[in-house]
Ligand binder design. Sequence first.
Ligand SMILES: [Cu+2]
Length: 211
Amino acid sequence: MERKILSIAFIFGIVMMCSPAFAAKGTALITATQTGSNVNGEAKFNETPAGLDIEVKVANVAPGKHGFHIHEKGDCSDEGKAAGGHYNPDNVTHGFLPHDGFEHAHAGDFGNIEVGQDGTGILKVVIPGLTLTGGKYSVEGKSVILHEKEDDFGQPTGNAGGRIGCGVITIQEETDSRVENMQDNKITDEDIDDITKADQTDDMDTNQTGK
Ligand SMILES: [Cu+2]
C-alpha cells in the first residue's frame, strides 16, 4: 500500500516539476458587426512556453482571404469601429507579425484567415513575446477584428476594409496548471481512496492466509 501511495506522489511530483505553475487561457467570441450577417467564430488564446498560442475559427464568411488583427479597445459596438485602431504599443508600421516581429509589425498583425467555399476558416499561430496578461504585449481586454477584405500589408493598416466580425478578449481561466495536469491524468481523490481500499482488502487477505 505504501509503495502505491508513494508512486502516486512521485507521478504528481514529476507533473508539478515539468509544468509552469500558472498558465492563462483566454477567449474572444466573434460575432457579426452588421445586422443580417451570420458571421461568427471564436479565437482561443493559450499561454505556452513557446509564446501565445492563438487558434481562430470563423464561419459564415465569404470565401477568400480576410484580414485578422487585434485592435486596441475591447469594444465591438458601432459596427466594430469602437474597437479603435490596430493594437500598436510600439507605434510601428503595419506588417505581418509572425514574419516581421514587433519592430516592423503591430502586436496584433496576424495577417489573414483563408476562408473556404464552405464559409469556414482557421488560423493558427504562435507568437513568442505576446501574452494574455502581464508584460509589454498583453492582449487581455483588447478585441479581435475580422475584416471584409484581404490584408495586403500596405500602410497604414493593410487595406482590409470594413469590420465584419469582432470579439473582446477575456481571460477564461487562470488556473494552477499543476491542478489541471492532475485532472488530465485522471488521478482523483476517489482513485486514491479506491487504491487504499483495495490495499486494505489485500492486507486482510494476507492476514487470513497467515492464519
Ligand atoms: Cu484590423
